[in-house]
Ligand binder design. Structure first.
Ligand SMILES: [Mg+2]
Ligand SMILES: [Zn+2]
Length: 238
């Protein structure tokens, strides 16, 4: 057996690297009535568009950039996850990529607050930026007015994580091992290799219901708490 030299770690963000969902948590803290509204509105509005509209609404109510940043940095983030990824990062043989349906501002604000601003070699997500008035302007990664992705397994129009992962492999690869950590049903498309699937959520359900039919060949390792994800990562030193 030849030793492994390089591996790629791909992370979903919400409920995977972070121990909560940014898009929902911000509104749970700052505007719970909008959080309630999003539950039904998501049935007929694309999720990224709905978050963008909800950010405009809280801005109109006078909620500030500082309030949103405070909510984000206080969002649950497990210390075991920080330990697990920091150890592999320090060993220097792992490339880290974030593949998330959240947005660049939410992710970067949280990573900075955890001292993880240098963890990722690349963050692929929906673009967002603050305007001068303190409104967070959010757009889909795949522009609704341009060419759309061609995913056939049900990714949201804003991004196909499977196509993004193929592009990452083409750009940064080849790797001796690819490890994907995710939890949500939208993490089903990209899982091809070793998958660290969070238990009891949408990804586990789709693996059970569609994995065989879609020819899923990945090794699946299940975790519930971040301390269990850390145990898995500790076995993946190369
Ligand atoms: Mg997630
Ligand atoms: Zn897809």
């Amino acid at each position: 057996m030849s030793p492994l030299h390089r591996q790629l770690f791909v992370f979903d963000f919400d409920w995977s690297l972070a121990d909560q969902d940014t898009d929902r948590y911000v509104f749970e803290v700052l505007a719970p009535d909008l959080r309630r509204h999003m539950k039904t509105a998501k049935l007929d509005t694309q999720w990224t568009d709905l978050v963008a509209q909800s950010l405009q609404k809280i801005h109109a109510r006078g909620i500030t950039k500082e309030q949103i940043e405070t909510a984000l940095v206080n969002m649950p983030f497990h210390p075991a996850m920080i330990r697990g990824v920091s150890k592999l990062k320090a060993e220097g043989k792992t490339t880290f990529v974030c593949l998330s349906n959240a947005n660049s501002v939410f992710i970067n604000t949280i990573l900075k607050s955890k001292g993880l601003d240098n963890l990722f070699d690349q963050i692929i997500t929906n673009p967002a930026d603050w305007d001068d008035a303190g409104l967070l302007k959010l757009r889909r990664r795949v522009d609704p007015n341009g060419p759309q992705h061609s995913c056939k397994v049900g990714c949201s129009p804003n991004m196909c994580k499977g196509e993004e992962l193929e592009a990452i492999l083409a750009q940064h690869g080849p790797f001796d091992r690819v490890v994907y950590t995710g939890d949500g049903s939208n993490d089903f498309c990209p899982i091809l290799h070793i998958v660290c699937c969070r238990s009891y959520r949408g990804l586990q359900t789709r693996i059970a219901e569609e994995g065989e039919k879609e020819g899923l060949k990945a090794q699946i390792r299940y975790w519930a708490g971040a301390w269990e994800a850390e145990e898995i990562y500790n076995t993946l030193s190369i």
